[in-house]
Write a protein that binds this ligand. Structure first.
Ligand SMILES: Cc1cc2nc3c(=O)[nH]c(=O)nc-3n(C[C@H](O)[C@H](O)[C@H](O)COP(=O)(O)O)c2cc1C
Length: 249
């Protein structure tokens, strides 16, 4: 496939068919992702691949945690405090979940969310259906594979940058194989369930999850959120000040 075709084909898939992914295809995708550039070629990432029984167990564990926290959001403060202290179900990811977005970014986030709900036939005011859709994150949208990307804490933001590049190469390689994927920050909310099933080095922080498999023929997979125009992301040249003009002459 030509690059632009692969790049366009890669879109977030939020409904997967039951078709399994051949181990050789998964290996090719991971090998392709390892061609990514990284800071001094440090390749500061690790990947956990969940499939079969481990995937089923994670589905159960993560959904249970999600619904527990979801119900707590409407509970009195003392119940929430008790939960933070004693329940053992509260988010224990390496990074705090984002609760508040800068206004400029929130606008795009809202537009994308609304478009997604429209594609799913969910009314804006139907909070129960919205919660159920959110919960679908934690069953990996029925994908046969879930990947979890960890980045080394030692490079700070640069490991996250490298892991992001790695993730994009991986998603493009998946698209080239005819597979669908969805990067999911939601899957980084809990670290403890992963530690139950994988040996995770202490220096590696859980950054993002990814559902992987063959796309199901469902309307949600046709949703194409709008992008900024090139002009919108280009910075304008600084206005020339009288001082600068004097400096030059
Ligand atoms: C780092 C990252 C985290 C994301 N987290 C989620 C998520 O938790 N759930 C979800 O449904 N989509 C998630 N997405 C998908 C974005 O919503 C999607 O990439 C964006 O709306 C653009 O749409 P497209 O991927 O179809 O081009 C995530 C994407 C990225 C890159």
């Amino acid at each position: 496939m030509d690059f632009n075709e692969v790049n366009r084909r890669r879109r977030s898939i939020r409904a997967f068919s039951g078709r399994p992914v051949a181990p050789a295809a998964l290996r090719r995708i991971l090998a392709a992702a390892l061609e990514s550039p990284s800071w001094s070629n440090t390749q500061p990432y690790r990947v956990a691949v969940a499939e079969g029984e481990v995937l089923e167990q994670l589905r159960g564990e993560l959904q249970k945690k999600f619904w527990h926290v979801n119900v707590l959001q409407r509970a009195p403060w003392w119940r929430r405090l008790y939960a933070w202290l004693f329940d053992g179900e509260m988010p224990d990811g390496d990074f705090r979940p984002l609760l508040k977005y800068p206004a400029e970014l929130q606008r795009r986030r809202s537009q994308t969310g609304l478009g997604l709900y429209r594609a799913l036939g969910i009314a804006r005011s139907d909070y129960e259906a919205r919660d159920r859709q959110m919960a679908r994150n934690f069953c990996f949208f029925d994908a046969p594979l879930a990947l979890f990307v960890f980045a080394h804490r030692g490079l700070g933001v640069y490991s996250a940058l490298d892991a992001g590049i790695f993730l994009q190469t991986l998603m493009l390689a998946a698209a080239d194989e005819g597979l669908g994927s969805c990067a999911q920050g939601a899957l980084a909310m809990w670290r403890s369930p992963l530690e139950k099933h994988f040996t995770v080095p202490a220096d590696y922080q859980l950054l993002c999850g990814l559902s992987l498999g063959y796309a199901a023929e469902q309307a949600v997979n046709q949703y194409r959120p709008q992008r900024c125009s090139v002009e919108e992301i280009l910075l304008q040249p600084a206005a020339e000040t009288p001082l600068q003009a004097a400096d030059i002459s």
